[in-house]
Unconditional design. Structure first.
Length: 308
């Protein structure tokens, strides 16, 4: 008999109680360092509208790099395949904020989920409009997908990132030097910092990602978000690049496309079945949620969810 989703979520959640607080909260963004490391939330939304959740599933946290999934969605809709002339789709094997490959590869980042690649994607989202309009579009897209009209940006986190984002400034200026950014660095980065500073709950995040489990069509609202081809590609890049230099390890342990953020969240897609969001702020050495990864490993294994 297939495992019951509600039972498995409750069981995995209870098992995580002993692990609360493990890992290290990101402190290179000062406003993130204040988050309580003992938080743990888990939410699953299925394509047929069932939900299961545990713990702090309704507590908002900083979306951080998980926003890159949604800006990639917007950029693919705007630019289509032409996007791939400006950003690659290979795992980098380097840290999320690394600059090392950019010089040899002439300012074309390895993939859209490392910071350099996400900054190029944000540049595309800015095409033809100002920073305010681009930020509003990203926020409104999330509001609609998450079914959360009040979802908003934590302006303190955005300011904190801008004040300490020296590496992101370096990456953006370097790429601008290779003519791979079309808009002023300041506009691109302000947009990027604001998208990373969106506050979202596990429940909202799982809901927002559900279209990726259903070939680009939101199964609950019936809205087409992206084409099936683009949805496939976004999932493929989540699988190969969603956890930076630990993407192989995540594929090995969890076996599903996923995207992490330094706020401690992870969005994971179970094709044709469900979307999962987990949040636990303590990170492992690579910058991915430590307890979140463990919870996903157990949940996927017990539900027999895997693309392999
Ligand atoms: N806003 C963060 C940064 O640019 C996002 C990084 C992450 O979540 N891995 O450094």
């Amino acid at each position: 008999m297939p495992a019951d989703l509600a039972d498995v979520v409750a069981e995995v959640g209870r098992e995580m109680e002993a692990h609360r607080g493990e890992g290290r909260v990101a402190d290179y963004i000062p406003a993130l360092a204040r988050v309580d490391a003992r938080r743990f939330g888990l939410a699953v939304v299925t394509c047929d509208g069932r939900t299961a959740e545990y713990g702090d599933a309704w507590v908002p946290f900083s979306i951080q790099s998980i926003s890159k999934v949604f800006t990639l969605t917007l950029a693919l809709k705007r630019q289509g395949e032409a996007l791939w002339t400006r950003v690659g789709r290979e795992p980098s094997g380097s840290r999320f904020n690394s600059i090392v490959q950019l010089e040899a590869e002439r300012g074309v980042p390895r993939n859209p989920f490392i910071n350099a690649g996400a900054i190029v994607v944000t540049d595309v989202v800015l095409d033809g409009r100002g920073f305010d309009a681009a930020v509003a579009d990203i926020r409104d897209t999330l509001r609609e997908l998450a079914d959360a009209p009040n979802l908003d940006i934590d302006t303190e986190v955005a300011r904190s990132e801008a004040a300490t984002g020296f590496r992101n400034y370096a990456l953006a200026n370097f790429m601008r030097g290779f003519d791979n950014l079309k808009h002023p660095v300041e506009d691109v980065l302000q947009t990027y910092f604001n998208q990373c500073a969106l506050r979202i709950t596990c429940r909202q995040l799982a809901r927002a990602g559900l279209f990726l489990a259903a070939e680009g069509l939101d199964p609950l609202s019936g809205r087409r978000v992206v084409s099936p081809e683009h949805a496939r590609r976004i999932n493929a890049i989540m699988m190969t690049c969603g956890h930076y230099d630990a993407s192989g390890d995540f594929a090995f342990k969890v076996g599903l496309p996923g995207k992490s953020g330094v706020g401690g969240g992870i969005l994971t897609i179970v094709p044709d079945q469900a979307a999962i969001a987990v949040w636990s702020p303590g990170l492992n050495d690579v910058g991915n949620s430590q307890v979140g990864t463990l919870a996903l490993e157990r949940l996927a294994s017990r539900m027999r969810w895997s693309v392999f």
